[in-house]
Design a protein around this ligand. Structure first.
Ligand SMILES: [Zn+2]
Length: 373
């Protein structure tokens, strides 16, 4: 009996080690993330021995020892592109420091017009850790972090090769998704691991899992924001409690000057009163501004909600606009375009005990959750 128990314990230990090993080094598709361009020199440091390769021929150029600064100078580089990849371990287990900042994976350097484009070669799952940590606070409930991870993974897989002309897949800014590289938060690691490979699909294609900060009470039909309707990106009501409204005040003189000399001075603004979830001629079904008339002493201008949002740096298009004495006062709710998942809403639903699957089903109507690897 004792022998049997020992044998079981050994087996369990081996299984445990094997699981830990597997979890640590599981494969996921490799992404090329553009970090910087127009760089003369890069200082790199790797966590394990690496090889510097000619990216075209695959030939070894040099060995890179672990833990020491290694400088690549564009002026001295004899080939068009090089890659730094681990010699003995897997790419996902390597950490590369690029000019003082840590990243999972290796690096590729492309020579472009006598300077370097710096690209992080990183497996998708490790990339997601550096994205989710920038999109949500690691202190958010786990199910909200998981919903965010699935949205970010779907975006990355759908938009892969978006920057192909520049030699990489995605950039590290808001243009694609903000990516911060190495991340050590346990909650985020768990959110990524527990949704491994899962993406949203619709009609056999990867869904556009758009997300934003705060819907302000109701999300928006994508067609009312970017012009083309998508079945799973439709306005949904939020049951979460409304936050305090935001206010932006613009002096009439500054407001008028934004419309050019032919506009004159602002006389009045024409926009119906906001009721969240109530459609009007000038408002979408969520209540966001579709258009508003701005009447000047010389002419009247018709602007879309998006135009106004851009022109006056408004947090959202879910607002009221009034001329009050010497100021134009915008009062509104929410933050961001309002399409897809609201991060504030996801947090609130997760606190109410919703699973990430339920959160995603609420925001991406009819989209299916599928494991892609
Ligand atoms: Zn981009």
């Amino acid at each position: 009996m004792k022998k049997f128990l020992v044998a079981v314990m050994i087996l369990l230990t081996v299984a445990g080690v094997a699981h830990a090993e597997q979890k640590k080094s599981a494969w996921s598709p490799e992404l090329r993330i553009g970090l910087a361009s127009g760089v003369d020199k890069v200082t790199l440091k790797v966590s394990a021995p690496c090889i510097l390769l000619d990216a075209k021929s695959g030939k070894r150029i040099d060995k890179i020892p672990a833990g020491k600064d290694f400088v690549v100078d564009c002026a001295k580089l004899k080939v068009d592109a090089v890659e730094i990849r681990p010699k003995e371990i897997r790419l996902q287990d390597l950490i590369t420091t690029v000019d003082g900042k840590k990243y999972f994976g290796g690096v590729r350097l492309n020579k472009v017009k006598k300077s370097l484009t710096v690209i992080n070669l990183v497996p998708t799952e490790e990339y997601l850790r550096g994205v989710v940590s920038k999109e949500m606070s690691p202190s958010f409930p786990l199910e909200a972090l998981k919903a965010q991870t699935v949205a970010a993974r779907s975006f990355a897989m759908k938009n892969r090769r978006r920057h192909e002309a520049e030699g990489f897949d995605l950039c590290a800014t808001t243009h694609c998704q903000v990516y911060d590289g190495f991340c050590e938060f346990e909650s985020i690691e768990r959110a990524v691991d527990e949704t491994r490979g899962k993406i949203l699909m619709f009609g056999g294609k990867i869904a556009d899992a758009n997300f934003h900060t705060d819907s302000g009470g109701m999300t928006e039909n994508v067609g009312d924001v970017w012009g083309t309707a998508v079945p799973y990106l439709v306005a949904v009501r939020e049951v979460v409690k409304l936050g305090e409204p935001w206010t932006v005040k613009v002096p009439v003189k500054d407001f008028s000057s934004r419309f050019g000399d032919g506009f004159g001075k602002l006389k009045s603004v024409k926009l119906s009163t906001l009721t969240i979830g109530k459609e009007a001629v000038d408002r979408s079904s969520s209540g966001r501004v579709k258009s508003a008339q701005i009447v000047g002493t010389k002419k009247t201008v018709k602007l879309t909600g998006n135009d106004l949002r851009r022109k006056f740096s408004l947090p959202s298009t879910l607002f009221d606009m009034k001329l009050d004495g010497g100021e134009v006062v915008f009062t509104g709710y929410g933050h961001g375009h309002g399409v897809g998942m609201s991060q504030v809403g996801a947090k609130s639903y997760a606190q109410d005990g919703w699973s990430y699957e339920k959160i995603l089903a609420h925001y991406y109507h009819g989209a299916q959750l599928k494991k892609s690897y």
